[in-house]
Design a protein around this ligand. Structure first.
Ligand code: C2E
Ligand code: MG
Ligand code: MG
Ligand code: MG
Length: 277
């Protein structure tokens, strides 16, 4: 009871106007116990290399295997985890779990490029972010060259110096960074140059407009050109149909990810895909 009270006051303290406070209060202690009881799982969504047509990697996406609610999607718990700070331990769990899974891929002899793990802006408020990630990598024999972190533009603007030093320290280990949901946040071109970001991920809202809306098509083309002019790779997310795929191939996009190929799937299913890759 006391613990729950503590959870409540903390939740209220950090609460935002856009989340129903009642939902947030009931969910925070549940998220804690979910983490302790290993109720979280990573699903994998393949990324396809457009030059070879093969799977070149995947994005690891968190799901909550809730004992009563069933499989809970990130939109229902990540925002609350961010507001309460729980995303920090959850984020470390995700890196650890992705590392375990990568060992399985290695043992099976699969060929693939890298696995992307999402890092929330909130995780950069942890002073020990880079150090803790290093420790997780060392302790668990994770290959840093196969690990990629997906950041959103909001992460880059929290504390510029801290973000910059974290990214530098981790990229020195061989970890790649990509900028997620690109085009929806603030895009400072000087930061794009300054930070070790190797890939831009075109937000799915723009991809959805391909073959529907000329402006979205122009934005997609502009992001592809920007990425290539800055010597970066570019990935389109949210590819749902053949027309979008053909547009992306025509405009020289490097990789795609989306329901047209596969939704995020449990690790066993992803391994089955890699087997036939
Ligand atoms: P994101 O990183 O931008 O991930 C892409 C989202 O697009 C995923 O939603 C994926 O399932 C969805 N998606 C993929 N292909 C398609 C498509 O063809 N059409 C449509 N409409 N959607 C598609 P998901 O798995 O629900 O995750 C939502 C967001 O939650 C992620 O967006 C990410 O911001 C966050 N998230 C998920 N797992 C983690 C995690 O481990 N850590 C952190 N910090 N955030 C996470
Ligand atoms: Mg992502
Ligand atoms: Mg993404
Ligand atoms: Mg995205």
């Amino acid at each position: 009871r006391a613990k729950q009270l503590h959870g409540c006051s903390y939740a209220i303290f950090e609460a935002d106007k856009d989340t129903d406070p009642a939902t947030q209060i009931t969910l925070e202690p549940e998220l804690w116990s979910g983490l302790r009881q290993e109720q979280f799982v990573l699903y994998y969504q393949p990324r396809i290399d457009l030059r070879t047509g093969k799977i070149i990697g995947a994005e690891a996406l968190m799901r909550w295997n809730h004992p009563e609610r069933g499989l809970v999607q990130p939109d229902e718990f990540i925002p609350i985890a961010e507001k309460t700070g729980l995303i920090v331990p959850m984020g470390y769990w995700a890196i650890h779990q992705a590392g375990q899974d990568m060992l399985k891929f290695k043992e099976a002899g699969f060929r693939y490029g890298s696995i992307g793990v999402n890092l929330s802006f909130r995780q950069f408020k942890d002073d020990f972010l880079a150090k803790t990630i290093r420790r997780i990598i060392d302790k668990n024999q994770i290959d840093p060259h196969r690990l990629e972190f997906e950041l959103t533009e909001t992460a880059l603007f929290s504390d510029e110096a801290h973000v910059q030093s974290c990214l530098k320290e981790l990229s020195a280990l061989g970890i790649d960074f990509s900028l997620d949901d690109f085009g929806t946040g603030y895009s400072s071109f000087s930061l794009l140059q300054k930070l070790p970001i190797s890939t831009l991920k075109i937000d799915k809202s723009f991809v959805a407009g391909v073959n529907q809306n000329k402006d979205d098509e122009e934005i997609v083309r502009a992001i592809i050109n920007l990425a290539h002019n800055l010597q970066k790779k570019v990935i389109a997310e949210g590819v749902e149909n053949k027309a979008q795929l053909e547009f992306l191939i025509r405009h020289d996009c490097d990789q795609v990810q989306g329901y047209f190929f596969s939704p995020p799937v449990p690790i066993e299913d992803f391994m089955r895909m890699l087997r036939g890759n």
